[in-house]
Ligand binder design. Structure first.
Ligand code: DON
Length: 306
């Protein structure tokens, strides 16, 4: 299959539609991003990268960081992590608080904001915030084999200044005893992980371990066991797009994780890791053109897991 032709065709189809959707504006720094951009990169498990459009323009990975932080937290805590966060889709928006009260401060899954904040609290254990941020950044550089990946401090600060809902979620969970560290410290780490800037090529490489049974085929580094890679993929399939997860599985058929920066990482197990980016979001906060591009990709390649 000519994957370069596939990504070129997707970019050609998307070009006239650039700017569709709505850029996230609750984080002021993200509202400034030019919406008329679209990039795609595929890195296959045999190490080839195919890219098109704005595939080398860095963007804020936002919630996609939750997959990598979950990987770190599971490495540290093992299965005991699941005492503090669930594994069920929430059917609510990514920043919803409604279920937390009835469910004793235990978030439904690690990808909604509440769950991700608990995961960050786990990674923070035994560290100062700057050390936890450093651990995350080193992990991302190790996964991409690229030391140029950076955290955009302006985005982190912008979110910190307007992160009222995340402060509400974190305080609520601290009240239930499900955060071990002070809210300010946990969110300091959380805002920085979300502010990691990457381009599609780097992000597609970072996800490769999930496509290749836990081992990065580019470096040979074993990141997680095959079983853990399978389980993280299962969570991305069921919860990776919040209340749009069912629709994403229906149309795309791959485990995937979105971010409000407009990026989506999708995993075709045994085949490839894919990153798409376009800042305009659909109604449930996932990249509008990115989701459609992935549907085109799985239609053309037959890579749906179903
Ligand atoms: O906490 C937030 O609201 C953002 N830093 C991340 C949210 C996000 O990316 C949701 N994804 N589609």
């Amino acid at each position: 299959m000519d994957l370069q032709a596939v990504v070129d065709e997707i970019v050609a189809k998307m070009s006239p539609r650039l700017g569709e959707g709505k850029v996230a504006d609750y984080i002021p720094e993200l509202a400034r991003v030019d919406p008329k951009q679209f990039g795609i990169a595929i890195t296959t498990v045999d190490g080839q990268t195919y890219m098109a459009g704005d595939a080398t323009v860095p963007f804020s990975i936002q919630s996609i960081s939750k997959v990598f932080m979950l990987t770190l937290a599971l490495g540290k805590m093992g299965e005991s992590a699941w005492k503090r966060v669930g594994r069920e889709p929430s059917g609510s928006s990514f920043n919803s608080i409604v279920q937390l009260e009835h469910e004793h401060g235990i978030p439904r899954n690690p990808f909604i904001n509440a769950g991700a904040i608990v995961v960050t609290d786990m990674v923070l254990a035994g560290h100062k915030p700057r050390e936890a941020i450093g651990e995350f950044l080193r992990f991302m550089r190790y996964l991409t084999d690229d030391d140029t990946v950076i955290i955009d401090a302006k985005v982190a600060k912008s979110e910190h200044l307007t992160g009222y809902r995340n402060f509400a979620l974190a305080n609520f969970m601290r009240g239930f005893g499900n955060l071990e560290h002070a809210v300010e410290l946990v969110l300091g780490v959380y805002f920085h992980q979300c502010a990691l800037a990457m381009n599609c090529v780097q992000l597609s490489r970072a996800g490769l371990y999930l496509a290749n049974r836990g081992t990065n085929p580019l470096t040979g580094f074993s990141v997680v066991s095959p079983k853990r890679a399978r389980r993280i993929n299962a969570l991305m399939l069921t919860c990776g797009h919040y209340d749009g997860s069912g629709d994403f599985a229906y149309h795309v058929g791959l485990p995937g994780k979105s971010g409000v920066g407009g990026g989506i990482m999708a995993i075709a197990p045994g085949k490839a890791s894919i990153a798409v980016w376009s800042p305009g979001l659909n109604k449930v906060g996932n990249s509008a053109l990115g989701s459609e591009a992935l549907e085109m990709l799985t239609t053309r390649t037959g890579w749906s897991v179903f």
